[in-house]
Design a protein around this ligand. Sequence first.
Ligand SMILES: NC(=O)c1ccc[n+]([C@@H]2O[C@H](COP(=O)([O-])OP(=O)(O)OC[C@H]3O[C@@H](n4cnc5c(N)ncnc54)[C@H](O)[C@@H]3O)[C@@H](O)[C@H]2O)c1
Length: 353
Amino acid sequence: MTTTDNKVYGVTGSAGFLGSHLVDMLLARGGRVIGIDNLAYGRVENFAHHEGNPNFEFHKVDVCDAPATEALLRQCDVIIHLAAHKIPRYASALKTLEVNGQGAHNVLEAARKRHEDGLPVRVVLASTSDVYGKSPNLPFAESDNLVLGPSHVPRWAYATSKLYEEHLTFAYSDEYGFPTVLMRFFGSYGPRHHLSWWGGPQSVFISAILKGETISIHGDGLQTRTFTFVEDTVRGICACVDAQTEGCEVFNIGAASGEIAIVDFGRLVHRLTREAFPELDISAEAPLVFVPYASFSKRPYEDVRRRVPDITKSRDMLGFEAQVSLEEGLRRTIAWHRPALEQHMAQQGQAEG
Ligand SMILES: NC(=O)c1ccc[n+]([C@@H]2O[C@H](COP(=O)([O-])OP(=O)(O)OC[C@H]3O[C@@H](n4cnc5c(N)ncnc54)[C@H](O)[C@@H]3O)[C@@H](O)[C@H]2O)c1
């Protein structure tokens, strides 16, 4: 393994899905990593394999705690801000707005102070493909108009919080002159995804299939997504970390091919799970159940009908292109998911009994 990287990286959300894989990759290339997470959704198991590594330290800190966050991040040459409260499909829109707004502000303030101390700093922040909202221009390019739905639909709180983060980042780069990058991720999936809706549709679909339950498809299931295997997403993050960009740049980080309707995605996950575990008595037919949006949201819900990235800019400026096919990525995800689910259920059983 190369140990040529002498930078210090600050990773917020380091116990989460993308954060823990990013920590693996940064340590593998010889960097020093300071990880921050409040463990709201992350797990210490995600980075337990780095225990005793002198190049890694973990701090259980909330990014809304400005003094603690700044003290840690002011030591870092590159700050990668991934901590966030995600889409409020079931969860709180208030938390989404507060955590994402305050967290981004505290991270950028830490960078400003380091920059004003005359030290190098680069900030790479997670945004989302959700900011394209209902834009009819497919595939979505970074300079496109963003088309969000009305404010009385709480699902737009997430895109709004990330858009606030995007504008704040542009404003900090303009005012203070340090380089920043915004990454709009398109549906990343893979080992260590959260075992609930927080981890994405594949996560709940695999669990349901393994438990012999029905697969819940929200709405009519004809909404499409493109999915990106975590290994590719993290290569994309590293490309943003290493790019020699100035000012603030926005990049789509996602797979351009493989657009798939959620209902077909449910069927694909079912087939691959069945093929992976022939010893389990998994039904030949995918047991799909269509769940109306109104049944899980007190206020109106709107879904994005199609979501496909234009990857021209990330390919040309970062040299980044996703490589892992959806079937290959799902096979690797399903292989990880089964023991993780069994362990989770055993722990739940112990806690209850
Ligand atoms: N995974 C995707 O497909 C995807 C898509 C679009 C955008 N994103 C963005 O990428 C980033 C990482 O997403 P992920 O999928 O790894 O999610 P994740 O939930 O697995 O990771 C986020 C981490 O942030 C931590 N966190 C939450 N609130 C915090 C707080 N106040 N202080 C400190 N830590 C806090 C959580 O405990 C978790 O470990 C997020 O900003 C998310 O909005 C992800």
